[in-house]
Design a protein around this ligand. Structure first.
Ligand code: DGL
Length: 269
């Protein structure tokens, strides 16, 4: 199985794109809803929680785990890849969502100026500006943290008028940093649920880019370049969902993110 991990529901937006593009594989999703959100937590805590989740997915038999969470990708991926994997599971791999996004994001902008909306953890890690600089050295990158958005979404309050107030506030704070931003990257896998509101707040002329399709294309490419890994993956088209919190709540809420009915089981990490 391909393991797909997020702090909560957000990674389901990535999983949806993965199963649309690569339906033949078996997928297992783990949402650490009991401890979400991660976006306001320290490096050490995000690393610890993410490592536990990756170990759980390895124990379920996943040779490959995707961190479908920018916060975990920003704060835990490097340590897991460099310190933990070589001792733990040399044949297995953990991939994130930041690298595939930064490899292509510059292609979306005509003005050469992009904006990034993300959790406080992702913004303060500076992962996006650092990685983008490697692939698009001339691209100007502006960031804005949106601390309230993930809690709004996790609590199913994102479609309310109250939510629009907070969306507008962050989008305006981002766009006020430069009049030339023509592309906004949603660098949090929860944010596609706010995409309409973000587009409304940004106004015409600003393109809103979410990561699902980008990550799916990148995984397809990765598996072509790594046939040894591709051969290890089950191809029965199965999907399994696990949450560390209430399965009833997860099933009720997950449909909005995954756009199909979800039946989850409980995971004890
Ligand atoms: N979906 C996660 C991300 O992409 C949200 C992090 C959180 O739990 O705050 O960053």
């Amino acid at each position: 199985m391909i393991g797909v991990f997020d702090s909560g529901y957000g990674g389901l937006t990535v999983l949806k794109s993965l199963v649309d593009r690569l339906p033949q594989y078996d997928y297992i999703y783990l949402g650490d809803n009991a401890r979400a959100p991660y976006g306001t937590r320290s490096f050490e805590t995000v690393y610890q929680y993410t490592l536990e989740s990756v170990e759980w997915l390895f124990n379920k038999g996943c040779p490959l785990v995707i961190l479908a969470c920018n916060t975990a990708s920003a704060k835990a991926l490097r340590s897991i890849q460099q310190q933990d994997l070589p001792h733990m599971e040399p044949g297995r791999r953990v991939l994130g969502v930041i690298r595939p996004t930064t490899e292509v994001i510059g292609n979306y902008s005509s003005s050469g100026e992009i904006g990034i909306l993300a959790t406080p953890g992702t913004v303060s890690s500076e992962s996006y500006p650092i990685e983008i600089e490697k692939f698009f050295p001339g691209l100007k990158v502006f960031q804005q943290a949106c601390p309230i958005w993930v809690p709004l979404i996790e609590n199913n309050e994102h479609l309310t008028d109250g939510a629009y107030y907070f969306v507008k506030k962050c989008v305006r704070s981002l766009l006020d940093q430069s009049a030339h931003i023509d592309t906004i990257l949603l660098a949090c896998t929860h944010y596609p649920l706010l995409q309409d509101k973000i587009a409304m707040a940004a106004g015409p002329g600003v393109r809103i880019v979410s990561q699902g399709e980008i990550v799916a294309l990148s995984l397809e490419d990765y598996l072509k370049r790594h046939p040894d890994m591709e051969e290890k993956l089950g191809k029965g088209g199965s999907r399994a969902f696990y949450t560390t919190d209430s399965t009833e709540d997860f099933d009720r809420h997950a449909t909005t993110f995954y756009q199909a009915e979800v039946r989850s089981s409980h995971a004890r990490l």
